[in-house]
Design a protein around this ligand. Structure first.
Ligand SMILES: Nc1ncnc2c1ncn2[C@@H]1O[C@H](COP(=O)(O)OP(=O)(O)O)[C@@H](O)[C@H]1O
Ligand SMILES: [Mg+2]
Length: 318
């Protein structure tokens, strides 16, 4: 774990030193693994282009498992609500109709790495978390789900399990209720809380009615039941979560997922706090670290430094 600490510090120093260099477009950054996979679908309404940047690193070490493809999706299509989403143009990269948007390539690279990991382990349900608020968990979860859903025939479910500070419904431009909390309280079934919008293969469960004791609710057996019921219907399930250091919800949620993706905000997340977040998930497989909001002035050495430390230090459960 000390390497995570060292890597964050090292990259912060290097980034600070490179701040006088001209900015590079996101596409100038070299992905380590092949980027796009599968067929892209481009039939979404054109919106203003976004300027996010995210860099991802991933490693996995579990034995090989074949991933099952989703069975007959008819129950979802016929029973979940078709909504008119109005996605935020600045944050929902894959709805803006511009495949050259900055940040999109990084999400394609992240997707490739997750598929690569899935060749070695059972991996369908991924918890996206970070140490603190505002580091880009929801941004990463939403865009990862979108890039996964753009592959032909891949059904993806995005769940807003941040019952304390839900944001995905705002990003997608839809309602938050009914949602996860309503299922967990027993008032709705799984299809009643699920939405679909204009992106054919992307499904969404919002946070639901606001509750006073979120940690107790996510600890309930109903969360496991929900995951068991939904798992056969999707190729990927991406779960957004509250920050890991201040509250326990994320580590409870992680137990229902096969892998955890940790987001750290470049030049913002203190290295020791990022390390504490990792420790919260010491029983889970860390499938990757997303360094969000990087300054593309950072040089190639910094980029590979991150990638190397993840591959060397997160392959095994600690
Ligand atoms: N790489 C990025 N580029 C542009 N905006 C971003 C980026 N990452 C996060 N944001 C924005 O920053 C704010 C906080 O991000 P969010 O994903 O909601 O954080 P968290 O879920 O960790 O609390 C949101 O308005 C989000 O859209
Ligand atoms: Mg969030």
């Amino acid at each position: 774990m000390s390497r995570i600490h060292e890597a964050l510090k090292k990259a912060e120093q290097e980034r600070a030193m490179s701040q006088t260099s001209p900015a590079l477009p996101a596409s100038a950054a070299s992905p380590v693994l092949p980027a796009a996979m599968g067929k892209e679908e481009d039939s979404y309404p054109a919106q203003e282009s976004a300027i996010p940047v995210a860099e991802a690193s991933l490693a996995a070490d579990s034995p090989s498992f074949a991933s099952a493809s989703a069975p007959d999706p008819d129950p979802i299509l016929s029973r979940c609500a078709q909504m008119q989403w109005k996605p935020e143009a600045k944050t929902m990269l894959f709805f803006n109709g511009n495949d050259a948007s900055r940040g999109m390539e990084e999400f394609r690279t992240l997707r490739s790495r997750l598929y690569h990991a899935r060749e070695k382990m059972a991996l369908k349900k991924i918890l996206v978390t970070s140490a603190l608020p505002k580091e880009g968990k929801s941004f990463t979860a939403a865009n990862l789900a979108q890039v996964m859903a753009r592959q032909h025939g891949r059904r993806v479910l995005l769940i807003d399990a941040d019952l304390r500070g839900p944001r995905l419904h705002t990003m997608l431009g839809t309602v938050a209720v009914p949602g996860l909390s309503d299922y967990l309280r027993g008032s709705h079934d799984e299809f009643a809380i699920m939405q679909r919008g204009p992106m054919e293969n992307l499904f969404f469960i919002p946070s639901g009615t606001q509750v006073s004791a979120p940690a107790e609710l996510v600890s309930s057996e109903r969360l496991k039941l929900l995951m068991q019921r939904l798992e056969p219907l999707f190729d990927w399930i991406i779960v957004d979560s509250p920050p890991a250091v201040p509250v326990a919800d994320a580590s409870i949620l992680a137990k229902t997922c096969e892998g955890v993706l940790i987001v750290a905000r470049s030049n913002s997340t203190p290295a020791d706090i990022a390390r504490r977040a990792r420790q919260e998930f010491s029983d889970q497989v860390l499938v990757g670290v997303v360094l969000n909001g990087i300054n593309h002035q950072a040089d190639e050495y910094s980029r590979y430094y991150y990638e190397t430390y993840v591959e060397e230090t997160t392959v095994a459960k600690s």
